[in-house]
Write a protein that binds this ligand. Structure first.
Ligand SMILES: Nc1ncnc2c1ncn2[C@@H]1O[C@H](COP(=O)(O)OP(=O)(O)OP(=O)(O)O)[C@@H](O)[C@H]1O
Ligand SMILES: [Mg+2]
Length: 225
């Protein structure tokens, strides 16, 4: 399967009547396995909405969204939660680490919550702590880390489950430039060395340039730049 995400004729609206807002109107997007796509567009244009739709978190749309060749409209809750546990992961602007868990406990949390054995992930955990430069901080608590370090921990948490697709919503939006550059370099390594397909939302042209394709949300459609 060459295309990991295929969106065709997407229509999405919020509200109804006077309060209706049409966010997508015939939007198409195909993302090939192994690509690193940057999504840009005006504030309020629907970028976050698109990531929610792709993850099946908002099922109220028309058109077709396929993940790994399979239409998410036809999936039941169990199939969708399987996809969210194994196929795609999210990284957000605010890292949402659990304050009273250490960095390594935080990274292991999705494994623990899905009922899997964390021992099976020891090797990958160690590898990701190295990759994210957090080995020395593994026993620390989130409040003892910088914003950039916390974001790197949230990325390690997102990729420990070996997802095929990483969806990032303004992952550097809360960071200074140096920390933001570190996150972009980390994304690039995850993309190139681990083959993870990345779709990142960003307002920064510099961050967008780390991707190998830039897509813009304009006039309710998705267009290549
Ligand atoms: N649950 C909701 N109910 C009603 N309207 C919503 C809802 N979620 C989003 N919207 C509206 O949909 C539009 C797109 O929102 P979205 O958050 O996707 O924009 P965005 O492109 O991510 O913006 P930003 O760059 O500011 O994060 C906005 O006008 C927003 O107000
Ligand atoms: Mg947004």
């Amino acid at each position: 399967m060459k295309n990991v995400i295929e969106i065709t004729g997407l229509r999405k609206r919020f509200g109804s009547g006077e309060n209706e807002a049409l966010i997508f109107d015939g939007a198409d997007l195909t993302i090939e396995r192994g690509s690193f796509v940057s999504l840009t567009g005006a504030s309020g244009s629907g970028k976050s909405t698109l990531l929610y739709l792709i993850g099946g978190l908002d099922r109220n749309f028309t058109g077709d969204i396929r993940i790994g060749g399979k239409s998410i409209s036809g999936m039941d809750d169990q199939e969708l939660s399987h996809i969210r546990s194994f196929k795609l992961s999210y990284v957000f602007q605010f890292y949402n680490l659990v304050a009273n868990l250490t960095i390594e406990e935080n990274i292991l949390l999705p494994i623990e919550l899905s009922g899997r054995n964390t021992k099976d992930y020891t090797r990958r955990l160690n590898e990701l702590l190295e990759l994210t430069g957090l080995t020395a901080k593994r026993k620390y608590y989130p409040s003892q880390l910088s914003g950039g370090q916390q974001q790197r921990a949230s990325i390690a948490r997102a990729v420990l489950t070996e997802p095929e697709i990483l969806l990032a919503d303004e992952a550097t939006g809360n960071l200074d430039k140096a920390s933001g550059d570190e996150i972009m370099s980390l994304f690039k390594r995850l993309n190139e060395e681990k083959g993870i397909t990345i779709l990142q939302v960003t307002h920064s042209a510099e961050c967008a340039a780390y991707g190998n394709r830039i897509v813009k949300l304009v006039d309710r459609k998705l267009v290549d730049c």
